[in-house]
Design a protein around this ligand. Sequence first.
Ligand SMILES: Cc1ncc(COP(=O)(O)O)c(C=O)c1O
Length: 400
Amino acid sequence: MSTVNVPLLDLKPQYQSIKAEVDAAMARVVASQYFILGPEVEALEQEIAAYCQVKHGIGCTSGSDALILALMAIGIKPGDEILCPSYTFFATGSAPCRLGAKPVWVDIDPVTYNMCPRAAAEVAQRCTRLKAIIPVHLFGQAADVDAFAALGTRLGVPVIEDGAQAIGARDATGAMVGARCAMSTWSFFPSKNLGCFGDGGMITTNCPHVAEQLKVLRVHGSKVKYYHRTIGMNGRLDALQAAVLRVKLPHLESWHAGRLSNADFYDAAFRAAGAADSRTPLASGGTPLRFPSRPAAPARHIYNQYVIRVPESMRDDLRAHLAEQKIGTEIYYPLPLHLQECFEFLGTAVKGLLPHTEAAAKETIALPIFPELTSEQRAHVAQQVVAFVGKSARTLAGTH
Ligand SMILES: Cc1ncc(COP(=O)(O)O)c(C=O)c1O
């Protein structure tokens, strides 16, 4: 057994590399005793807005609350319908429900794992109270922003981009994700490319009225303290989290580059072993391994996750083998949202409803991709994946 240990994510080396700066920034906040919103949060809002090439940033408690606040800002009411993927983190689908609205599930494009615009247009035809579309830029790769912006315009509903996993990703036109639609929501959960030391989030928008509305909603709906014209929530970002993020933001591009270099390494290793990228379906044969397809420049994948695909019969055994070899992996996501118990009331818990989503949930597995992986660690991951897939494929073909 190998002595190389490869966790799915190890945040300690990153902290060590910026420890002095982070510790000083946190000490500054502690000395000020200004902990909620305030100058650190305002500065971060401007810096993130500039990075994302949008006019306004509104810091909030988390990426989950960012979605709820965004839906509140456009006046989502009970019974309204919101198009969103089922193959995503839970918060994308639960946010509409928190306001009594209904997520309307849309299947994915099996190449990018992002919500499919053609499927969204079809599903929209059956909606009677459609009020918004939420594409997710899953794993750090832009969804088809052009198509969703056009669909939103045609249907007369706003598009809210869930950019939680994709800060810094660029769409097919080279624009930063989040820059071209009504609003975008972000998460600073520690595992994101830009993560804080706890929970944190932001909403960005180019519209000054929406920005103003969001600022009111995140402080219990009060513009003037203790006077409430609307019911909001406690959705404020802490100054300590903002201070940490302000130290990290100038390093973000170099961390994206580190992830990209690891993705290059894996892509090359898997290609050398006969694997193709996700544009070639597993069913077309060859080495039963697909690595993530890379969007053509000027688009940019930021590899929040590096997700490969193997046959369902192999996936869990591959995961167990990698665990034995001290390699951390994760399944994003093992049960699509439309099949979750808590959404049964929607009547959509029907197996086969979203075939691409359901297949991806059974066949995908995320490998360690964090920027500080050593050459030895990433070589160990690639080698173990290739060896296991090769052996399993030979066994399946009966040639062992
Ligand atoms: C796609 C997506 N949306 C929303 C969220 C929610 O963000 P948070 O964990 O900051 O609440 C996440 C977090 O993992 C996510 O991946």
